[in-house]
Design a protein around this ligand. Sequence first.
Ligand code: I3P
Length: 109
Amino acid sequence: KTGFLVRKAHADCDGKRTPRGKRGWKTFYAVLKGLILYLQKGEYRPDKQLSDEDLKNAVSIHHSLAIRATDYHKRPNVFYLRTADWRVYLFQAPNAEQMQSWITRINTV
Ligand code: I3P
């Protein structure tokens, strides 16, 4: 599955609150391949080499959980992703269908 997602980092490894200055929303082209959610900046081409930054932004979704962010009201179509090492991201999908589709795909791999 692929598509644009806007990401906000909420908690880093071990659930530590992501510090101010690093909590802004950023747009990525997301590619879910196996157990990795790749987040690429800039223009997307299927054959494009992943940059070092792209690799740093990749998220392991093994033992992770995606949940609709019903308590977050500032933006629509937002879901939480909690990873096995207790990072927490918010992801905004372009619409409700895409949000549900990402949640289902992440939770059923
Ligand atoms: C953050 C940025 C986020 C905001 C966050 C800020 O600043 O403005 O958009 O989250 O608020 O800390 P920075 O880019 O300097 O990290 P919201 O859009 O959800 O308000 P927060 O610290 O209350 O999460």
